[in-house]
Design a protein around this ligand. Sequence first.
Ligand SMILES: NC(=O)c1ccc[n+]([C@@H]2O[C@H](COP(=O)([O-])OP(=O)(O)OC[C@H]3O[C@@H](n4cnc5c(N)ncnc54)[C@H](OP(=O)(O)O)[C@@H]3O)[C@@H](O)[C@H]2O)c1
Length: 263
Amino acid sequence: MVQGTEKYTVITGASSGIGYEAAKAFAERGKNLIITARRKNNLKMLKREILEKRPDLDIVIRSTDLSVPENAHQFYEGLRGYEIETWINNAGFGNYDSVADQDLGKIGAMLHLNIEALTILSSLFVRDYKDVEGTQLINVSSAGGYTIVPTAVTYCAAKFYVSTFTEGLAWELKKTGAKMKAKVLAPAATKTEFGMVANNVSEYDYDKSFGTYHTGEQMAGFLLELYDSEKVVGLVDRESFSFLLADPLFPYAGNSSHNQQRM
Ligand SMILES: NC(=O)c1ccc[n+]([C@@H]2O[C@H](COP(=O)([O-])OP(=O)(O)OC[C@H]3O[C@@H](n4cnc5c(N)ncnc54)[C@H](OP(=O)(O)O)[C@@H]3O)[C@@H](O)[C@H]2O)c1
């Protein structure tokens, strides 16, 4: 960690969808950005778009495949020269299929990205910055990280991991008096490239597939609401489609005398 005046917001999966819009929203707040994804051209386009409005900002591009765990370590280590204020683990994808029929190559990459990279990057960020005032870690889960969706069991299980890991971390930070806040964003259907990737198709009609959905821009607005709040969870209710800010939702055994203690 360097001591400087310039602070940065890291956004993974910024080449499209929620991450792309979140980058623009944080830039409008005057935040310098470190944006990453595999598609460098999209990141360059995003950088140009942001700098047209905010030429005063520093926008750093890093292109990497985070489904390779070693790349997650290298990505983090490569940012040692920057002082990071906010880290948003947004990169992720889904898959619609039965467990019996699912493509295990795609599922393996999904678990590496949605779970492993998120865990590596969260842990390294917390290790370095947990005692720095004003720091936040926001992990993007899903409404499917709180409810099992029948056609997406493995994706939901991975997002349950994201929700419980991040809620548990939020408790841990609170109990140890750390300064960092950890939060979970749980979007429901949002019009991005998610539908195409999850369904292995090159075009996907959100109007045909969903009665209601949010746009990426709306979701970035919700992300900022969560960022501004003292709550841990920002959740889209799957029935009403309203955005709710909440305390952690999973049961927590933190005060039980039956808990195993670290020796
Ligand atoms: N859209 C929804 O309905 C919805 C609902 C609930 C939760 N979410 C969650 O929201 C997050 C953002 O998704 P989105 O809806 O914005 O979808 P999206 O438009 O497909 O964006 C996904 C982002 O993740 C990046 N990514 C994918 N594979 C990657 C890899 N191997 N390495 C590095 N980056 C990778 C993509 O960039 P590259 O392809 O350039 O690498 C892209 O920037 C995901 O975690 C998703 O699970 C979405």
